[in-house]
Write a protein that binds this ligand. Structure first.
Ligand SMILES: NC(=O)c1ccc[n+]([C@@H]2O[C@H](COP(=O)([O-])OP(=O)(O)OC[C@H]3O[C@@H](n4cnc5c(N)ncnc54)[C@H](OP(=O)(O)O)[C@@H]3O)[C@@H](O)[C@H]2O)c1
Length: 227
């Protein structure tokens, strides 16, 4: 599989790329800082580092051409200001989706977060408080960005993990169609390494396009089939 990665130099992005290369996929890392990318990702025969800004539609379209899937692991700086009010994704995602799908990529895996938008309906009370208070600015940005790209929904799979850590992955990460989830207890927490596994699992199946997924290492209560 040929994978275009945005956010390749991020903490989850790097792990995702290492796993994708380990599995024999070809990866194009589209990055704003190629020196940083080379230092973090090293070299590999199946890895191409392509420099470019996210708003450079010509370069992004060229990097997208011929890819099977795009994975966006972009994230904004976690400053106090961003937590209060962020427009990071609203400013970027519409152009990214227009450009990448316009170049023929029909499966785009977006790293979102558990508690964003409708997923909060399945969250515990403490998790709802975290979403409504601490994460309000960043989650509102994600919701607004998602609304701006609604027309591309059939091409998008969104991954919704809980709080991320840099601990080693535990393995055995679970990926549930959000529509089948009734409740996720507590404040779900997961290693970035496990999230990288889940993203690769989602990316490998083009039929996942159009679906939102809970990504978890813990338990989730699933809806009974008749509901
Ligand atoms: N932290 C949590 O607990 C948590 C929980 C659930 C979901 N998430 C979501 O997971 C995602 C990834 O998180 P992470 O911690 O792996 O991210 P991260 O380490 O902060 O990495 C962010 C990535 O985005 C890139 N980026 C930022 N601004 C950019 C710009 N203007 N142009 C191009 N690239 C840009 C960075 O590139 P540079 O290296 O060039 O800066 C980097 O590759 C985020 O969307 C976050 O909201 C986080």
């Amino acid at each position: 599989m040929k994978i275009l990665v945005l956010g390749a130099t991020g903490r989850t992005g790097r792990l995702f790329i290492h796993k994708a290369l380990e599995e024999g996929h070809s990866v194009t890392a589209y990055v704003r800082n190629p020196d940083k990318a080379r230092a973090l990702l090293g070299t590999h025969p199946n890895l191409t580092i392509t420099p470019g800004d996210l708003n450079d539609t010509e370069r992004l379209a060229a990097a997208s051409t011929g890819q099977d899937v795009m994975a966006s692991l972009l994230g904004q700086k976690a400053t106090v200001r961003e937590f209060l009010h962020s427009t990071f994704l609203q400013e970027r995602l519409p152009l990214i989706m227009q450009t990448v799908t316009g170049a023929g990529v029909k499966h785009c895996v977006l790293l979102s977060a558990y508690g964003v938008g409708d997923t909060v309906r399945t969250a515990s009370l403490p998790m709802r408080l975290v979403c409504k208070v601490i994460m309000h600015g960043i989650f509102t940005d994600k919701v607004k960005a998602d609304a701006l790209v609604a027309e591309y929904q059939p091409y998008i799979s969104r991954a919704h993990p809980g709080r991320l850590t840099d601990k080693p992955g535990r393995g055995g990460v679970k990926v549930f169609d959000m529509a089948s989830v009734e409740h996720a207890p507590g404040i779900p927490t997961i290693a970035r390494e496990d999230v990288a596994d889940a993203l690769l699992t989602i990316a490998k199946n083009p039929q996942n396009a159009g679906t939102d997924f809970l990504v978890t290492i813990g338990d989730a209560v699933l809806r009974s089939p008749q509901k």
